[in-house]
Design a protein around this ligand. Sequence first.
Ligand code: GLC
Length: 542
Amino acid sequence: MDAKERLQWWTQARFGMFIHWGLYAVLAGEFNGQKTPHIGEWIMRDLRIPILEYEKLAGQFNPVGFDAEVWAQLAQDAGMKYLVITAKHHDGFCMFDSPSNPYNIVKQTPFKRDPMKELAAACNKRGIRMCFYYSQDLDWHAPGGGGHWEEAKPGDSSLAYQRPPEDFQKYLDTVVKPNLRELLTHYGPIGLIWFDVPVTISKAQSEALRDLVHELQPACLVSGRVGNDVGDYGSLGDNEHPVGKLPGAWETPATLNDTWGFKKDDHHWKSVDSLIDLLVNCASKGVNYLLNVGPTAEGIIPQPSVELLRQVGQWLRRNGEAIYGTQASPLMTDPPWGRVTSKGNTLYLLVKQWSERGIALHGLQNKVLAAHLLGAAQASVGIEQEADVVNFLLPAAAPEKTVSVVAVTLDGPPRAEQLIFQYGDSAVHFPTALAQVRGNMKQHHARGVEGWTDPAMGVSWKFRARAAGVYEVRAITRVNRKNPELFGNHEVNISVDDRSVSGVVGVRDMMPPADNKTFQMVSSVAAIPQPRSLQGGDCLVF
Ligand code: GLC
């Protein structure tokens, strides 16, 4: 079986539930009166809790409120098609009955039950794929595991702390591989193993784990974070929004608040709108969305999570046709009013900004045959198609508060010109993630280009402008917060066709991004000495 076959159900699924549940839920973000500023499941390492202290939490872990039926039902109500739960996180504690590793929920806790057995049964009943998260590299409990500060030499607190390589290999052979055998032989068919944080693992070691999974269950997928690009699909960063269509199969793991494992003080819940936004954006790039809940030590999924997920599920019940089993948008960039997905000869317009004046789509090369709204009314939508622009005439009221969907029937599989289009006289956005890159820069699907250190490097895009005129060119850069000296003051040269202007980009507004703690966006306006008219050209170069 190859990756393509394995991925079939997964790319259809588009939406899954992530569950981070372990001993860290007992602490809920606080140890001995000290609160962790970081994500809850990292508390052992972040607060340097000694192993013997942390082990004591097992004696307090008694999730009598746990009901696998309730969790699986919530996943189903939310419209999620697979469920990935932490069988072992970085703290090294097995949340399943592991014959090879006594540091587990059945042997160490008063609870004594194997929640994974119960969850697998509850998921199977509902047609939800049961999957396991497994921390293959970091293990702060097992000797030889990655990031083990107790074993590190004084002063070496790096995640990939220096230790004899044979210790790590021994850990893989005596802890990880036996665990994988158990997870893949005791719990029925498993959809995927979600490996994570490959900081020290070598390519050969990643491959060995991948091959073991495939040997035990040929249909079981292996996540990209097994390391060294050897998984069956790729993993974007945590909470990362992809910018353009990605080659191959990808997934974004995401949180409902800031933490993954339960933290009693984290009330920073995202809105339903932003959750649907991320779901819709992922689907429009052909990316899966794996959304997390962090149950309490009593085994309860926090009520705000339950409510948010149910609302997403309600939206999906009316509009899921535009998400499940779809492919990425055929267009190169997103239209200003929302997102696009496709399935067969149908295009789905996911409209965030409803307009009584209708919405336009640029660059489609098919003939549009018909269009209607999804939802109870199925109201038809008027069509005006001329050259490379289609106008969809919408009814006055949007059927949905968040994202409404127009289903568009085409004369064949969708085809689109791979250009960036200007909509009306609106601003045109040129994401560096989609640029042609000149020079040896790294280009990331969401973060754009990195390592732009040489004036000979550059980025360019092909675009079609609608209106001739004078354009202000604004460069938005993102900089790691730790490097404020890199903010702004870049010299830029901008050319369109045969005209070019140059100047210094100065810092204008700082925009702390809502969803990213590491990077700071800096918006700058090119100080163009004599702005010239930029005619509708077809190439913009920085
Ligand atoms: C990170 C964290 C981890 C979390 C994961 C989810 O890599 O180390 O705690 O499980 O992201 O995507």
